[in-house]
Write a protein that binds this ligand. Structure first.
Ligand code: FAD
Ligand code: 2HG
Ligand code: ZN
Length: 476
C-alpha cells in the first residue's frame, strides 16, 4: 500500500495526501461521522485539486484494489461518508474543488464544483440576482457534491423539489477513472438512460461527482414567515391544505415541530426564545414567498391565519415583523438537530408517509413505542409539506445513550419501519441508506428493485471499490 500512497502523492502533491504515518496529523474530521456513531480509520485522506486529479486517483486506487469513500462536508446522518475501521480505504475529499465555474443568467443555471459549500453556492446565486433554493441546517458546511450524493431534501422541497430536481447536468469520474462530461444545462434530453438521476442519490457507490450544473430561480419579491400553534397533527395537516389552497406556489416552507423537540431547543439554547411551545403539542413554521410585494404577502398570510383560527386548526400564531425575526424563527427550527445531539445519542428516522396518513401513523406508532420502552421520548419534527417526518427517538430521561442504542436500536427501527410499510411509506425520504439502514433495506425495498440496483452496481463498479458496503451492503 505504500506504493499506492506514493502514487497518490505524485498525483495530488504531498500536502494533499494525509496519513496516520505522521502522528501530528489528526484525521478525525474525515474519520468520525457527524453523529459520532462511527469512527473509522483511513489508509489516507486524499484531497485532489481538479477533475483530472480525481480521475488519476481513482485509476490508481482501482489498480491497487483500494476502496474509495467520497466525502464532502461530512455532515451526512447515516454513516455514508466515513471510512470503515480496516485502515485500507481512501477518503476522497472534494473540499479543494469548490469553484463556481459559470453562471448562465439567460439559461437560469449555475455550474459549480462538487466541493462548493451549499451556503457559498446560495451566495453566488444571490450575488448574480437569483435564488438557489436548496436549504438545510447543515448548509454552512455540507457541499453540493454531498447534496447530490444523498439527494438531500431540506426545507424548500415543497416548492422547488429535492436536489435531484434542481440538477440539470453532472461531471462524474467513473469507478474506472474515466471522466463523463455530462455538464449539460438542458431541460430536455431524451437520448437514452437517465445516468444523471442514477448518480444522484447513489451515495458515492457508483462514481465521484466532480461538478454539477444546477437550476436557478428568480428571487421572490417578498418572503414572510409565520409560527403557528396547532392543537393536533390532524390540525397541522388541515392547515397545510388551507395554506396550499390559499398561497399556491407561494407556500415555500411548511415545517412541523413537536412539543418535546422544541423543549430540547428551549433547554439547550434558551437564548433562542422558542414561541408558543408550552401551550400546544405541535407548532408549524410556514413561509410565504410572494412574487408581488410585501404588503400583498402579508395580507394573504393574515387572511390564511384568520381562516385557520376560525376553522380551529390554529390556536395562536405570530408573523415575523422583519427579516431578523424570520431568520430567528428558522434558526429555532434548524437547531432541533443540534439540541437533540446535545441531549445525547439517539435514533433517527427520516421517513415519508402520504400526508393524509401521518396523524394516524404518529398516534399508533407513539403508542407502540411507549408500550415497549416506558419513558421513551419522541423528538418529532420535519417537512410535513413533503410528507417527510423526522420521527426520532430519544432515550428515557437519565438513561445512558450508548446502552439505549445497544439495547433498543434494532427493535425500534424494526417497529418504526414495519409501521412505515403498513402506512405505504419509505424508510428514507432524504438522508439516504448509508451504513445505518443497510441491513434494513432488503426487508422493506421491493426485491425486483433491489435486484436491478445490484445489477447497476455490478455493471458500473465491478471491482466494488466505490464506497463498498454502503446502500446495498457487503454482498454486492
Ligand atoms: P457527506 O456527509 O460528506 O457525504 C454524504 C454521502 O454522499 C456519502 O455517502 C458520500 O460518500 C457521498 N458523497 C459526498 N460527496 C460526493 C461526491 N462528490 N460524489 C459522490 N458521492 C459523494 N439532509 C437533508 O436531506 N435534509 C435536511 O434538512 C438536512 N439537515 C441537516 C441538518 C444538520 C444539522 C445536519 C448535520 C445534517 C443535515 N442533513 C440534512 C444531512 C446532510 O447535511 C446531507 O445529507 C448533505 O447532503 C450531506 O452533504 P455533505 O457534503 O456533508 O456529504
Ligand atoms: C432536518 O430536517 C434534518 O433538520 C435533520 O433533516 C433531521 O436531525 C434530524 O433527524
Ligand atoms: Zn430533514
Amino acid at each position: 500500500m505504500n506504493l499506492l500512497i506514493d502514487h497518490l502523492r505524485h498525483i495530488c502533491g504531498d500536502a494533499h495526501v494525509l496519513t496516520h504515518d505522521d502522528p501530528s496529523t489528526d484525521l478525525s474530521a474525515w474519520e468520525l461521522d457527524w453523529r459520532k456513531r462511527i469512527r473509522g480509520r483511513a489508509l489516507a485522506v486524499v484531497r485532489p485539486g481538479n477533475t483530472a486529479e480525481v480521475a488519476a486517483v481513482v485509476k490508481a486506487c482501482a489498480a491497487a484494489g483500494a476502496a474509495i469513500v467520497p466525502q464532502g462536508g461530512n455532515t451526512g446522518l447515516v454513516v455514508g461518508g466515513v471510512p470503515d475501521n480496516t485502515g485500507t480505504q481512501i477518503v476522497l475529499s472534494l473540499g479543494r474543488m469548490h469553484a463556481v465555474r459559470a453562471i448562465d443568467p439567460a439559461n437560469l443555471t449555475i455550474t459549480v464544483e462538487a466541493g462548493c459549500v451549499l451556503q457559498n453556492l446560495q451566495a453566488a446565486a444571490e450575488a448574480a440576482g437569483f435564488l438557489f433554493p436548496l436549504s438545510l441546517g447543515a448548509e454552512g458546511s455540507c457541499t453540493i457534491g454531498g447534496n447530490l450524493g444523498t439527494n438531500a431534501g431540506g426545507t424548500q422541497v415543497l416548492r422547488y423539489g429535492n436536489t435531484r430536481e434542481l440538477c440539470l447536468g453532472l461531471e462524474v469520474v467513473t469507478a474506472q477513472g474515466d471522466i463523463w462530461h455530462g455538464l449539460s444545462g438542458l431541460r430536455k434530453d431524451n437520448t437514452g438512460y437517465d445516468l444523471r438521476n442514477l448518480m444522484i442519490g447513489s451515495e458515492g457507490t457508483l462514481g465521484v461527482i466532480t461538478a454539477a450544473t444546477m437550476k436557478l430561480y428568480p428571487q421572490p419579491a417578498a418572503q414572510l414567515t409565520a409560527w403557528a400553534a396547532v392543537p393536533s397533527m390532524q390540525a397541522a395537516v388541515e392547515l397545510l391544505g388551507l395554506a396550499q389552497q390559499r398561497l399556491g406556489p407561494g407556500l415555500t416552507g411548511f415545517e412541523v415541530m413537536g412539543q418535546f423537540a422544541l423543549s430540547l431547543v428551549d433547554t439547550h439554547y434558551p437564548q433562542l426564545r422558542v414561541p408558543l411551545w408550552q401551550e400546544t403539542p405541535w407548532c408549524v413554521l410556514l413561509e410565504n414567498s410572494d412574487s408581488e410585494n410585501e404588503a400583498h404577502a402579508r395580507s394573504q398570510f393574515e387572511a390564511l391565519l384568520e381562516a385557520a383560527l376560525n376553522a380551529g386548526c390554529v390556536s395562536d400564531a405570530v408573523v415575523a415583523e422583519n427579516l431578523t425575526q424570520a431568520r430567528g424563527l428558522w434558526h429555532i427550527r434548524e437547531s432541533i438537530t443540534l439540541a437533540q445531539a446535545d441531549e445525547g445519542l439517539n435514533i433517527k428516522h427520516d421517513i415519508s408517509i402520504p400526508v393524509s396518513r401521518i396523524p394516524d401513523f404518529v398516534a399508533e406508532t407513539d403508542a407502540l413505542l411507549a408500550h415497549h420502552i416506558p419513558g421513551v421520548r419522541m423528538v418529532d419534527f420535519g417537512h410535513l409539506g413533503d410528507g417527510n417526518l423526522h420521527y426520532n427517538v430519544q432515550a428515557p430521561q437519565g438513561a445512558d445513550g450508548n446502552a439505549f442504542l445497544r439495547d433498543y436500536e434494532d427493535q425500534v427501527n424494526t417497529l418504526v419501519f414495519d409501521q412505515v410499510k403498513r402506512f405505504d411509506g419509505s424508510i428514507s425520504a432524504e438522508h439516504g441508506v448509508g451504513e445505518l439502514k443497510v441491513g434494513k433495506l432488503p426487508l422493506y425495498k421491493d426485491p425486483t428493485a433491489l435486484a436491478m440496483m445490484r445489477a447497476v452496481k455490478q455493471a458500473l463498479d465491478p471491482q466494488n471499490i466505490m464506497n463498498p458496503g454502503r446502500v446495498l451492503g457487503s454482498e454486492e
